[in-house]
Design a protein around this ligand. Structure first.
Ligand code: G16
Length: 524
């Protein structure tokens, strides 16, 4: 086999000077530079499948990034992102400069993990035009180490994560099963708890991505339940993530492309290119998009779950519930949870679903959402088991919610069903959701630097360690601003350094972000 692998590795050489790095959610770059990385990721995930004797997964996507980019997300047998121990091996293999060196990395993995031969890998891709060639590279890498590549499918990232998790638990795992599980549970929740809910219209910006056809598949069933979905940016004309999508709406808080004729006040939502992020918004007459971001979705979810837990008989029996946030969480949302949802713990982690997911899994009910709309609610398996041991409305309701919410990874479709159910179950409109708390004005900027690796952080990314001295300068800027908060971190998905600033008013937040961005540029 080594000669075959070597031959194959030579077919997918690493471009000279390239050093691919496993970032926040796998490898990303301009699509043309990726074949070698994707081939090697195929081999890695087949070896991981072989080591654990379970199925793993690969999604070819660059999520919120532009059409010309692509990337690879690696899915563990649990359906979560690749185990952090394997990230270093992924880096070593992806960065090997010659086929011989890459082969040595493969042999090292096989020896360390006692892998005989590669296992089965499920492969999915989004709508990017570079997808099919990269899927071929992934399949070649899987086969090169004796693994079995499954035929590549057009799926959202969370669908593939869900399928891998279910398949390894010997549960039905097709796409039909996915829709049946999420929508079937949503139908039961709506008919049991909101039987006379009024029909609701929702306009969804699908970012011209894979979420569009998938949402279209669900729209008929949702319309029978009185949820009428109108999908805009469905990919028929506009470019992927260009002036639209969850990342655009969250960062710019402005009208996405295609929404020119949508009246102000209308309930709208936006997904990203691979449908793992969701934010809600309402257009205001000023042209400003009033945002309901991931923080607000998490608070809505916590309010719903708190209500269900308090309504149950024997409400004093303890259920540990927590919200996991990152430094991007608006300070007002954190303060609201700490002061008003006192039975809900708050935990902070670095950016990246891979970190939030693990922290959330420690709770009976762990709610995790990044401000950018990436998240889900996890129900601990031992807690779910206690639910099936008894009967009663609240137990069934929790159980159904655990089916609506993707238990493997953040999922925009789950998020949409959650928000719609929570609002109708609480009897709320968008006004009550808005009134929970007032966001502190904030601003996010991207700074292009020659080497983003020079920026390292600590304390869940709230403080810089290097470049030396920069953190003190950031703090000096923050001290000039009322209710100021600011942090700097390197992106793990784009070649930029990110600056986040928050302050008492928008002008101050903008000035703080700008001042710190200048410091970053000077230091870089
Ligand atoms: C990925 C991760 C998210 C993260 C985002 C931005 O999202 O899954 O957890 O928040 O990247 O990360 P960074 O600030 O490091 O660029 P997606 O939707 O792009 O896959």
């Amino acid at each position: 086999m080594p000669t075959d692998v070597l031959l194959q590795l030579n077919t997918y050489p690493l471009r000279e000077g390239l050093k691919p790095t496993y970032g926040t959610a796998g490898f990303r770059s301009v699509a043309d530079l990726l074949p070698s990385t994707v081939f090697r990721c195929g081999a890695l995930m087949a070896l991981r499948a072989g080591a654990l004797r379970q199925v793993t997964g690969i999604v070819i996507t660059a999520s919120h990034n532009p059409e010309q980019d692509n990337g690879v997300k690696l899915v563990d047998p649990s359906g979560n992102m690749l185990d952090s121990q394997w990230e270093n091996m992924a880096d070593a293999l992806a960065q090997a400069t010659t086929a011989e060196q890459a082969l040595r990395e493969v042999e090292l993995i096989k020896q360390t993990w006692a892998v005989g031969t590669g296992g089965t890998v499920m492969v999915a891709h989004d709508t990017r035009s570079s997808a099919l060639d990269l899927c071929k590279a992934a399949a070649a890498g899987i086969s090169a180490v004796g693994g079995t590549p499954e035929p590549a499918l057009l799926l959202t990232t969370p669908q593939l994560h869900w399928m891998v998790a279910r398949r390894n638990c010997c549960l039905p795992f097709s796409e039909v099963d996915y829709f049946q599980t999420l929508l079937g549970a949503f139908e039961q929740l709506r008919s049991s708890h909101c039987p006379s809910a009024k029909a609701q219209a929702l306009v969804v910006d699908a970012a011209n991505g894979v979420g569009a056809p998938k949402l279209a598949e669900a729209a008929g069933r949702l319309s029978d339940l009185g949820l009428n979905i109108n999908v805009i940016n469905s990919g028929t004309s506009g470019a992927l993530n260009a002036g639209c999508g969850a990342d655009f709406v969250q960062k710019e808080q402005a009208r996405p492309a295609g929404f020119e004729s949508i009246p102000s006040g209308m309930r709208c939502a936006s997904m990203d290119g691979d449908a793992d992020r969701l934010v809600y918004f309402v257009m205001r007459k000023s042209g400003h998009a009033q945002l309901f971001d991931g923080d607000r979705i998490a608070v809505l979810a916590a309010t719903l779950l708190d209500r269900i837990l308090h309504e149950r008989p024997g409400a004093d029996a303890s259920v540990r519930m927590g919200i996991v946030q990152t430094a991007y969480a608006n300070g007002s949302s954190t303060r609201y949870v700490r002061s008003r949802l006192t039975e809900c713990e708050v935990v902070m982690t670095p950016t990246g679903v891979k970190h939030l997911h693990h922290a959330a899994a420690a709770f009976d009910i762990g709610i995790y959402y990044e401000a950018n709309g990436h998240g889900t609610i996890l129900f601990k398996p031992s807690f779910l088991k206690t639910l099936t041991e008894g009967s009663g409305g609240w137990r069934t309701e929790m159980g159904l919610l655990s089916q609506v919410m993707n238990q493997a990874v953040g999922d925009a479709l789950s998020g949409l069903l959650l928000v719609e159910y929570a609002l109708c179950r609480l009897g709320w409109g968008l006004a009550q959701w808005t009134d929970l708390y007032t966001d502190l004005p904030s601003r996010q900027l991207k700074v292009a630097v020659p080497n983003r690796a020079a920026f390292t952080t600590t304390d869940a990314e709230t403080r810089l360690m290097t470049p030396r001295g920069l953190q003190c300068q950031v703090e000096a800027e923050v001290a000039k601003v009322s209710q100021g908060r600011c942090f700097v971190r390197p992106s793990g998905t784009e070649d930029v350094v990110r600056v986040y600033a928050e302050a008492e008013n928008q002008i101050a937040a903008d000035q703080l972000a700008k001042a710190v961005a200048s410091l970053v540029s000077e230091m870089a």
